[in-house]
Design a protein around this ligand. Structure first.
Ligand code: SF4
Length: 154
């Protein structure tokens, strides 16, 4: 069951998109230096049911262009249902995951085939996030193949 810790409208996580962003609980990666250890426990959070998700899409569909899931690949069947609901409303869909793209291809090919954007790579504090030139993390437009990290370099 997909459970979320919070949701918000965000402007920067996917360049040129206004996104409804859900933070999903149950992350199994346990990155050293994780900024959000409360997200590890599946018991935390509230259920993100298809009904509730649709209500939020209806509420925000005039404002948003994209939906982002911060995690949730571990409930891929449930996540695929939500991706389909968002796409029915012509919204783009994105996943932020600590897995790399090869791991996603092996473990969750159906998710990869249904996403418009993916940010991959676990958090490694010495390398930094998307704004760092040393980062291991990659934000990619899966439709065009373009790597979008450059939008985070200031
Ligand atoms: S993927 Fe994100 S939430 Fe999960 S352990 Fe790593 S930093 Fe924490």
């Amino acid at each position: 069951m997909l459970k979320y810790d919070s949701y918000d409208i965000v402007l920067q996580e996917i360049p040129n998109e206004i996104s409804l962003c859900f933070t999903i609980t149950g992350c199994q990666l346990a990155c050293d230096g994780c900024h959000s250890e409360h997200l590890w426990n599946l018991k935390n959070g509230k259920r993100l049911s298809p009904d509730m998700f649709e209500k939020l899409l209806l509420k925000y569909c005039e404002t948003i262009t994209c939906v982002i899931f911060m995690g949730g690949e571990w409930c891929s069947a449930d996540l695929l249902i939500l991706l389909a609901l968002a796409k029915k409303r012509f919204l783009k869909v994105a996943l932020y995951t600590g897995l790399n793209e090869k791991q996603m291809q092996r473990k969750y090919p159906d998710l990869l085939a249904n996403l418009d954007f993916i940010k991959t790579g676990k958090w490694i504090s010495g390398l930094g996030g998307l704004g760092s030139s040393k980062t291991n993390q990659v934000l990619r437009n899966l439709k065009s193949g373009e790597i979008l990290n450059k939008y985070f370099h200031h």
